[in-house]
Design a protein around this ligand. Structure first.
Ligand code: NAD
Length: 282
């Protein structure tokens, strides 16, 4: 058996088309959705991410406000800028690209963003809303993964076991909560999980978000499972790979996401969707 691929490029293009139509309707009514993207410091990967987000906004008809500051920016100055954007009725979403320089407290910065403009879904108000199943902004990467599951007919996970490898606040934990919300039985595995292979083999839905190149091999996958690979790892030769060893996994799984071209493009598409939602609710 060779696994079917969940094509993140095609699916994200669909989402972006839907988003562009909603953005156009808002613009026609005199309220163009706008996203402020703040970058502090010169981290090359962050620069690429920000550039991609801004290009995606443009393509979807979302206005973007791009602010770049040197790594020496003081935390108070950043907080003041966020307060000003919170007050600006022409801005519907605010995103501060992480990581921030070490002298800035990232959680304090996230909490300064109005929850109504927190299109990354990292504010405790939105994290809490996810926890208790209330409406709010959901983090873009797990939201994109859920959209992929929906696409392969796995939106109702009652009776299914989902295993998430990784427990970060931006991917692993919200992913697990969204899977719970879809009625799955959920296990979160992490670096302290004793028998990771045995845990993973129980998964009907396996989400890998550990940031460890090719750590999930075919022998750790239950035959017929859906495998979502969130990992983006750069190998010494410059190529990208996921947390899943695609070559051995595709002989065991039923569905699998490639890297690149899987979860990555979905994340940006969901950011655009959240921004349009922020404007619609404004
Ligand atoms: P993180 O470093 O904050 O968290 C990694 C998690 O993996 C931790 O909870 C850790 O306990 C767990 N882990 C590490 N080694 C492990 C091991 N050997 N066995 C089991 N668990 C282990 O990372 P993150 O920010 O959540 O990102 C995870 C990966 O997802 C990275 O590769 C990152 O680049 C990628 N990512 C992709 C997107 C996307 O759009 N596709 C978005 C965000 C993150």
């Amino acid at each position: 058996m060779t696994a079917r691929r969940i094509d993140g490029k095609t699916l994200s293009a669909q989402v972006r088309t839907e988003v562009a139509a909603r953005a156009a309707a808002l613009t026609a009514s005199g309220r163009q959705p706008a996203l402020a993207v703040i970058l502090v410091g010169g981290d090359p990967a962050s620069q690429v991410y920000v550039r991609n987000k801004i290009a995606a906004c443009k393509q979807a008809g979302i206005r973007s406000i791009h602010e770049t500051y040197g790594a020496e920016l003081r935390e108070g100055e950043l907080l003041a800028r966020i307060h000003a954007l919170n007050q600006d009725d022409g801005v519907h979403g605010i995103l501060v690209q992480l990581p921030l320089p070490p002298h800035i407290n990232a959680q304090r910065v996230i909490e300064a963003i109005s929850p109504r403009k927190d299109v990354d879904g990292f504010h405790v108000a939105n994290a809490g809303a996810l926890m208790v199943g209330q409406p709010g902004f959901r983090p873009c990467t797990p939201l994109g993964c859920m959209r992929m599951l929906e696409h392969v007919g796995m939106s109702n996970l009652r009776g299914k076991h989902a295993v998430v490898v990784g427990r970060s606040n931006i991917v692993g934990k919200p992913m697990a909560l969204m899977l719970l919300g879809a009625d799955a039985t959920v296990t979160i595995a992490h670096s302290g999980t004793p028998d990771l292979a045995a845990t993973c083999r129980q998964a009907d839905v396996l989400v890998a978000a550990a940031g460890k190149p090719r750590m999930i091999t075919g022998s750790m996958i239950k035959p017929g499972a859906v495998v979502i690979d969130v990992g983006i790892n750069r190998l010494p030769d410059g190529t990208l790979c996921g947390d899943v060893d695609f070559a051995s996994a595709e002989g065991v799984a039923d569905w699998i996401t490639p890297v690149p071209g899987g979860v990555g493009p979905m994340t940006i598409a969901m950011l655009l969707a959240n921004t349009v939602q922020a404007c619609e609710q404004y």
